[in-house]
Design a protein around this ligand. Structure first.
Ligand code: 5AD
Ligand code: SF4
Length: 450
């Protein structure tokens, strides 16, 4: 029996992969008697799990470290650790500038945490190696999510080298976990009551994992197998790259009921010139063709994307091309960012920088359009009857919160007992970020959910 007598505080920034990693770090440290707490006071160990993808990442880490230092001052043996992508990219710098930090370690070393913690009690530790296979093999496979939905990492790293992006440097080369490991993890979380799994990967649709028959499976095949697991009712995946899109994944959206009609497929820009400078290796048209294929097999699919404005050399016409592709595609949701030069990436050395004011103005224009499209998507779903997975209480008394298959948040008057259930709901109201609805007893589900 492990005696839980130590307190672990983890602060997480960034993507879902980081959330997932934080949970796994908590899992490994549980074996050393650490219990996760929600406040840093009296913590025996503080981990900052950091993100390097956009602006001022390192500054943010240092200001948070400055704030948290008081806990170490009060309790000298508190272990202060920096993990994640900033740790990977700036490990030595952090150790130099923040002498009170005991440990710095990158995303591929979390399974070595117990060893590192034991060492850190005596000396400072830096570990930014890249043995990614070991990480997945050695991390405990239990996954304590919120109980109903869980992330399952299927792939990590990226070989694409988009010129603005740090991921290939901080997360390393693409690596796919073997099929059997993923299936085991999905079965285990299903037994714990999880109904929805989101398959995670920086380039999730580049998944090509070894199967037990000696072959190699793509994401489409993997999803078909996961759909066979009793208890798993919903499958999602994120994030994909247009060039790794295989037909088996597209057709899974036609054949696999448990696969949710939602696709997050970043395009970044609608201008072929800029896409080229970004080293995306696809064009605006080839992206549109892929979306058209998805819509052919699953007409109601919700499309989501990522955009960067103000990339070096982006002219007004290039930006107009981005507006044009957004108008053509019609997004259900999207994330958009102002370009931020990341040290060590090829784009950081590019000329023709876009003035910050122009970039901000473009971002505002793009976001206005994307918000309008999101509202329209939501408005178009009014009247539909769809299955909703209820996951928590709503903010208003007597209301419960859930997610539609299109990943829209929805609030419904209903009994808390329904949390954890999938129930048919008629959508009655649409706002920008959420829907309102009513539980239906007799109404038939909309065509695609019959
Ligand atoms: N500047 C701005 N946005 C970026 N992203 C990645 N790198 C940068 C950068 N240097 C965005 C991309 C990516 C998302 C996760 O973050 O849109 O898809
Ligand atoms: Fe970064 Fe491009 Fe890889 Fe996505 S595909 S993680 S943007 S390098």
């Amino acid at each position: 029996m492990v005696i839980m007598d130590k307190k672990l505080f983890i602060k997480t920034w960034g993507c879902q992969m980081n959330d997932y990693d934080s949970k796994r770090m908590a899992d490994v440290l549980r074996s050393l008697g650490y219990e996760t707490v929600s406040e840093p006071d009296d913590a025996d160990m503080i981990i900052l799990n950091t993100c390097h993808i956009r602006e001022k990442a390192t500054d943010k880490v240092f200001s948070e470290l400055g704030r948290l230092k008081v806990h170490k001052d009060n309790k000298k043996d508190t272990i202060m650790a920096v993990a994640g992508c900033v740790a990977q990219a700036e490990g030595d710098f952090i150790m130099k500038r923040a002498p009170y930090v005991d440990m710095v370690f990158g995303p591929q070393t979390y399974h070595l945490l117990p060893e590192m913690v034991i060492k850190a009690t005596g000396q400072r530790v830096v570990n930014t190696d890249f043995p990614v296979e070991d990480k997945f093999d050695a991390l405990p496979s239990e996954n304590k999510g919120n109980g109903l939905t869980a992330f399952v990492a299927v792939q990590e790293g990226c070989d694409k080298f988009c010129t603005y992006c740090v991921v290939p440097y901080t997360r390393g080369a693409e690596y796919s976990r073997p099929v059997s490991q993923i299936i085991d993890e999905c079965k285990r979380v299903a037994k714990e009551g999880v109904k929805e799994v989101t398959l995670l990967g920086q380039n999730v649709n580049a998944y090509h994992g070894k199967s037990s028959d000696g072959g190699v499976w793509g994401l489409g095949e993997l999803i078909r197998e996961i759909a066979e697991i009793n208890g798993i009712e919903r499958i999602r995946y994120t994030t994909s790259h247009p060039n790794d899109m295989e037909d088996s994944l597209i057709y899974a959206h036609r054949d696999v009921d448990k696969l949710m009609p939602y696709l997050h497929l970043p395009v970044q820009s609608g201008s072929d010139e800029i896409l080229k400078a970004m080293n995306r290796k696809h064009s605006a048209d080839s992206y549109k063709e892929i979306i058209a294929k998805f819509r052919e097999v699953r007409p109601d699919i919700a499309i989501s994307g990522d955009f960067i404005v103000g990339f070096p050399g982006e002219s007004e016409q290039d930006f107009e091309d981005t507006i044009k592709i957004v108008e053509d595609i019609k997004y259900a949701s999207a994330y958009s960012f102002k370009y931020s030069a990341r040290p060590g990436t090829p784009a950081a050395n590019m000329m023709n920088l876009v003035h910050d004011k122009i970039a901000s103005d473009r971002l505002a224009r793009l976001q206005e359009l994307l918000n309008k499209q999101q509202l329209e998507f939501n408005q178009n779903s009014v009247g539909m009857v769809v299955p909703v997975l209820f996951d928590k209480k709503g903010r208003v008394e007597g209301q419960i919160h859930g997610r539609t298959p299109y990943n829209q948040a929805i609030h419904v008057a209903g009994n808390e007992r329904l949390i954890g259930e999938i129930v048919d709901v008629k959508i009655t109201q649409a706002r920008g970020n959420s829907l309102g609805g009513e539980i239906v007893i007799s109404e038939t589900t909309s065509k695609q959910y019959a």
